[in-house]
Write a protein that binds this ligand. Structure first.
Ligand SMILES: NC(=O)c1ccc[n+]([C@@H]2O[C@H](COP(=O)([O-])OP(=O)(O)OC[C@H]3O[C@@H](n4cnc5c(N)ncnc54)[C@H](O)[C@@H]3O)[C@@H](O)[C@H]2O)c1
Ligand SMILES: [Zn+2]
Length: 385
């Protein structure tokens, strides 16, 4: 079996394992049996044609070799297919494939496939074992861990869903070799976000990977042994951080309440959601909007006297190392500020911002406490950058 890293989460009610490594997809069958404690009779895959075309044969033949009967269903590619129609199709597929509660479902793809498949698995027969095989950087470090599953409705994103933990997660870093550059940038922006709220160590590890990658092709770099082990360490630390927050350890380590600790993951997201909304979800990849959101939150933190100029510069630099972001210059800040009011994270009717008083020191500030000039100046900063 290829060398891999194991992370054990502490989520309730059951913990699960995350396997990270190069080439681990070819062990999907053995890993499925390990995660479930036995080989299921049937394994149903949900993917899209693009990802399945790249990695489907490897994963399904490994599962077949391990002795399971396999069936596959394809969903459309893209966020707009994370909807009720696809959910219904998936549930029908599970029934047609005669899946029982002792069988398993595998999500092969990015966050869209993972969120939808996890939700379908959570409601089919009131819950059937589910394995995540994330193939985008964003889904590797973010959406595959934490148990949030769901779909979009015409009223907004992720409005219907469930908390449902997978039995295990298989992360093959080789799958990143085919990921389009914008998707990589989006994933790296989420990594910068996690580093910025986690602390200096994770931030510096993320920065170091981005510096090493700068201007180079990740495809070739991942073939380099030294780089790929550095990269695996980066993924492992990112995942450990996310797993720690969602499993509640973070609550014990700090004096935050559980709700508070969850909220900090929204760093950079308040502005990002507004940017995505005013551009009708067509202009930015979500992670790219988060890149701008990080810079905005950094500038805002500085304008409120929380963050030093040097730290703001550092945050801007590291976001830029993640990749080129679509410009915000053509977007009217008045539209963005109006859209903020409708953020779904509005809690008790009041919008909250996650700001920083240092790297790894998030603070929660109610929107009502911010003055308009500080916000306008921060927006100017991101337009200029
Ligand atoms: N559940 C959570 O906690 C959580 C957290 C963050 C985001 N999300 C959700 O994740 C979704 C975004 O996920 P995403 O960024 O992974 O996007 P995505 O799933 O849309 O994938 C991006 C694109 O890359 C393609 N692709 C995937 N893997 C590939 C590969 N290895 N090679 C080539 N192409 C590949 C996909 O087909 C797609 O076109 C959103 O729906 C968001 O709401 C969920
Ligand atoms: Zn995000």
């Amino acid at each position: 079996m290829p060398k891999s890293i194991k992370i054990k989460t502490k989520s309730s009610p059951s913990s699960y394992e995350i396997r990270i490594g190069q080439g681990v997809l070819r062990n999907a069958g053995v890993l499925t049996a390990e995660f479930l404690g036995r080989m299921p009779e049937r394994v149903a895959f949900i993917s899209n044609r693009k990802v399945f075309g790249l990695y489907g044969a490897e994963v399904t033949s490994s599962v077949g070799d391990a002795g399971a009967l396999r069936s596959v269903s394809f969903m459309g590619e893209g966020e707009r297919f994370k909807n009720l129609r696809t959910l219904v199709d998936s549930l029908e597929f599970f029934s047609t494939a005669s899946l029982s509660r002792t069988d398993a479902v595998v999500a092969l793809g990015g966050g869209v496939v993972g969120d939808l498949t996890g939700f379908a698995a959570s409601v089919y027969l009131r819950g059937i074992p589910f394995i995540q095989v994330p193939t985008t950087l964003l889904s590797m470090i973010d959406s595959s861990v934490g148990g949030k599953t769901g779909i979009n409705t015409p009223f907004g994103k992720n409005l219907v869903g469930a908390f449902y933990q997978p039995k295990g997660v298989i992360i093959d870093t080789d799958t990143l070799k085919t990921l389009p550059p914008r998707e990589l940038t989006a994933g790296f922006c989420e990594a910068v976000k996690q580093g910025a709220i986690a602390g200096k160590e994770l931030f510096e590890l993320t920065e170091a990977i981005l510096r090493r990658r700068s201007g180079k092709d990740l495809r070739h770099q991942l073939d380099d042994r030294a780089f790929s082990s550095h990269f695996a360490e980066f993924l492992r630390e990112q995942l450990k951080f996310k797993a720690r927050i969602v499993s509640g350890d973070e609550k014990e380590a700090s004096e935050r309440t559980d709700a508070l600790s969850r909220k900090i993951l929204n760093f950079g997201h308040t502005l990002a959601h507004a940017l995505e909304k005013v551009t009708k979800f067509r202009y930015f990849r979500h992670g790219e909007a988060v890149g701008h959101g990080i810079k905005f939150a950094a500038s805002l933190s500085k304008n409120l006297g929380l963050l030093s100029k040097d730290e703001v510069t550092l945050l801007y630099d590291v976001v830029h190392m993640a990749g080129r972001l679509p410009a915000v210059a053509g977007i009217d800040p008045r539209d963005v500020f109006a859209a903020l009011k409708h953020d779904k994270k509005v809690i008790d009717g009041s919008l909250q911002w996650i700001l920083l008083k240092g790297i790894g020191e998030p603070v929660i500030v109610p929107h009502a406490e911010l003055d308009r000039p500080a916000m306008k100046a921060a927006f100017k900063d991101i337009v200029r950058s």
